[in-house]
Design a binder for this molecule. Structure first.
Ligand code: GAR
Length: 191
């Protein structure tokens, strides 16, 4: 049995999609969802999906080993950032080399780093009149959006696409690719 722990900060539509995908696979469990926002929509989704959801605050995350202790207790084979917006502190990244993956809603190295999340990314793509955008699934290290890239997928952008339309195309790519890549990483992980 392989365990996944998910981190999310907002709506959690990727969390829901990942949970549904692995519901049909008996060898993978979603051990818990961890969130930094006590009113995040992802909490409602977890309640409906019957998934454990744990909330932590910034101080506990950055200045204590409380989240690391939670993770150790959950024994994840893979930690998945699915719409999680804080940088992971080094005491956690050090403990889980190549065991934490993130999805970023752009083709890194473009549009990464602090402040580049969700619609801010899609707005930048539109402002720069890019003809394509996409998703990047990558390992997480101590720097924002800089770990080794595992998988990218692209979609076209037309000049009259709104930010919301770009977001929709990118979300569609996320729903299609992210669970499959997670499944592949779990299948090739030794523990
Ligand atoms: C997703 O598009 C994800 O790529 C992005 O947040 C969104 C969360 O959507 N992540 C980042 O921007 C990380 N820098 P969701 O809450 O509906 O899954």
């Amino acid at each position: 049995m392989k365990n996944i722990v998910l981190f999310a900060s907002g709506s959690g539509s990727n969390v829901e999609n990942i949970v549904h995908y692995f519901n049909n696979k008996s060898n993978v469990t979603i051990a818990a969802v961890l969130t930094n926002k006590r009113d995040a929509k992802v909490i409602d989704r977890c309640n409906k999906l019957n998934i454990n959801c744990l909330v932590f605050n910034k101080n506990a995350f950055l200045k204590t080993d409380c989240v690391l202790k939670m993770l150790k207790a959950l024994e994840p084979n893979l930690i998945v950032l699915a719409g999680f917006l804080w940088k992971i502190p080094i005491h956690i990244t050090e403990h889980y080399p190549n065991k934490i993956v993130n999805i970023h809603p752009a083709l890194l190295p473009k549009y990464g780093g602090k402040g580049m999340y969700g619609n801010h990314v899609h707005q930048a793509v539109k402002d720069n009149k890019d003809k394509e955008t996409g998703i990047t699934i990558h390992y997480v290290n101590e720097n924002y959006d800089e770990g080794a890239i595992i998988h990218q997928a692209k979609t076209s952008v037309s000049s009259n696409d709104t930010v919301e339309e770009i977001a929709k195309k990118v979300h569609a790519l996320e729903y299609e690719h992210f669970p499959k890549v997670i499944g592949q990483l779990l299948a090739s992980s030794k523990r």
